[in-house]
Design a protein around this ligand. Structure first.
Ligand SMILES: Nc1ncnc2c1ncn2[C@@H]1O[C@H](COP(=O)(O)OP(=O)(O)OP(=O)(O)O)[C@@H](O)[C@H]1O
Ligand SMILES: [Mg+2]
Length: 509
């Protein structure tokens, strides 16, 4: 008998099966991956184990004892702790307060602030992350917040630690730190359940792998007996060839010219061009301010010097105090669309349903004589659902309850629905499964072929190399590289991204 057993778990939402008679078992001292396509049921079964959802039927056994886990407190008592896929921190609290929110150290009836800060700092230091426990959480980047989520889960010192896509927003060093944490947990005899779409991680750090598909259990393997091909065909139930498309076609006239764009203390003297039908990558390490550069084209960050010319018209000229891209709405009107990396924070409207989420940015266009027609909305929803193979139970489903990957597809659909001609995407396939990744890539390629210009920030170099016509590289807010597709090379890009080299292509378009 395994240390942790989920037996015959079934869970439905409004009559639709999210889990259908799924049995999984885990052992202490083992890192166990749970994998599957978007919507396969990975997060749902972990929410059953962690007391967030109550299964329709099935049993949970831990250390040979049947447990009744009806809520989060029960799960904590049973030794289960979770790093959730979506961030759940309170921005106005300090890092330490967030970590110990449900577990406050007290002195008499008072919270022992000093003790709390000391313990939190000790935990963060042990994780090798340079975050101060006493700082406000809202000051942290998405990846730092993710590390705080992990610290929070570890603070309970539970025997069973579930990590739901913990690395989705981490940079290279942070992923290394996380690997260290996972190995320490394993050594300490904990059971680590690890959910990830990144196959490399699964092969790097897990001992066993269990595969779910469409709410069903498919198989469990020892990681050492597994190849990438076996894994993928088990996940998607079909063979898919090659994970990346190579977008190789000529592109047209200059659509966007960025000239000497600067923002004091953030980025400096950024100049580049984007052509019609071009997919331009932006590589760089996390914290290099590449997000801030593209956000300056969408009114989320305000530059203090430089120019932007869009389709031959100057839309930003900071010397003259001109900025026609100073808010997202204005940028939208100029034909610019934007897909955020921070799905939960600034992407979705979690409590609204999927149809409303899709059309929220184009209500004015859909409105005829002041009325929004459900029929038009539905047509649009149907179109994108089909195009992107989106999965949900009906148009009334709240978007917050969709699987992570499907939320991402909605954000892309929403940007496209605005009819934009220039699309800015941050981490386009974060949290997206292998099959859907290939779909998103071919969608981007089709969009480019139809004349869309795409600016794409990605932390996954293979994604840039496999999909972009050219790529910029940013290091500490400065442009250190412009590479043509024919010059793409991981080492060269990394050299530019770490400031060890500059490289500006000679290939002229
Ligand atoms: N609260 C909910 N209400 C309605 N449907 C839900 C709810 N939670 C999950 N679902 C549905 O259950 C199915 C499984 O979702 P789940 O979040 O477990 O997928 P996942 O495997 O974690 O996917 P991803 O890799 O995209 O995160 C999906 O079809 C999802 O829409
Ligand atoms: Mg999930």
């Amino acid at each position: 008998m395994a240390d942790i057993e989920l037996r015959h778990i079934t869970k439905t939402f409004n009559g639709v099966y999210a889990l259908n008679d799924v049995s999984l078992s885990f052992n202490k001292g083992e890192v166990h991956a749970v994998v599957g396509e978007n919507g396969a049921g990975k997060s749902t079964i972990m929410k059953v184990l962690s007391g967030l959802y109550f299964a329709d039927s099935g049993e949970i056994w831990i250390d040979g004892e049947k447990k009744n886990i009806a809520n989060v407190a029960d799960a904590q008592k049973a030794g289960v702790s979770v790093v959730y896929q979506e961030l759940n921190l309170m921005p106005s609290l300090t890092v330490a307060e967030n970590i110990y929110l449900h577990n406050l150290p007290t002195k008499g009836v008072m919270v022992d602030q000093k003790e709390m800060n000391r313990k939190a700092q000790e935990l963060l230091d042990r994780m090798h992350v340079s975050i101060s426990a006493s700082q406000k959480t809202e000051m942290l980047s998405v990846s730092e917040q993710q590390m705080v989520e992990i610290a929070k889960a570890l603070s309970f010192d539970s025997d069973i630690i579930i990590m739901d896509e913990p690395t989705a927003s981490l940079n290279v060093q942070e992923v290394d730190a996380l690997y260290g944490i996972v190995r320490d947990l394993k050594k300490a005899g904990k059971a680590v359940i690890y959910i990830s779409h990144r196959l490399k991680e699964i092969f790097d750090i897990t001992d066993r792998v269990s595969i779910l598909r469409d709410g069903h259990f498919i198989a469990s393997y020892e990681t050492k007996d597994l190849t990438e091909d076996i894994l993928i065909s088990n996940m998607v139930g079909r063979q898919i060839s090659g994970h990346y498309t190579t977008a190789d076609h000529p592109y047209g006239e200059t659509v966007l010219e960025v000239k000497g764009l600067s923002k004091a203390g953030v980025y400096e003297d950024i100049s580049f061009e984007l052509h019609k039908g071009e997919i331009l990558g932006i590589a760089g390490l996390m914290g290099c301010f590449r997000e801030e550069i593209v956000q300056s084209l969408y009114g989320l960050v305000h530059p203090d010097a430089g120019k932007v010319v869009l389709n031959g018209t100057t839309v930003v000229d900071m010397e003259k105090g001109l900025n026609k891209l100073s808010t997202p709405l204005k940028a939208n009107r100029q034909g610019i669309g934007y897909v955020t990396e921070d799905r939960k924070g600034s992407g979705i409207f979690a409590l609204m349903n999927v149809r409303e989420n899709l059309t929220i940015s184009i209500l004015d266009k859909l409105a005829k004589m002041g009325l929004v027609h459900g029929k038009d909305e539905q047509e649009l929803l149907n179109r994108y659902t089909e195009q992107m193979h989106m999965k949900y139970s009906g148009f009334k489903q709240r978007i917050g309850s969709l699987s992570g990957g499907n939320q991402q597809k909605f954000l892309l659909a929403r940007a496209l629905a605005t009819g934009c001609r220039l699309l800015i995407m941050l981490e386009p396939t974060r949290g997206i499964d292998v099959g859907a990744k290939a779909e998103i890539y071919s969608l981007l390629e089709d969009l480019a072929k139809s004349g869309m210009s795409i600016l794409m920030i990605s932390s996954e170099l293979p994604e840039i190399i496999g999909n972009c016509h050219r790529s910029l590289v940013i290091f500490q807010g400065k442009l250190t590289g412009v590479l043509d597709q024919s010059e793409f090379d991981e080492t060269l890009i990394m050299q530019c991204a770490t400031g060890n080299q500059t490289y500006f292509t000679e290939v002229k378009r």
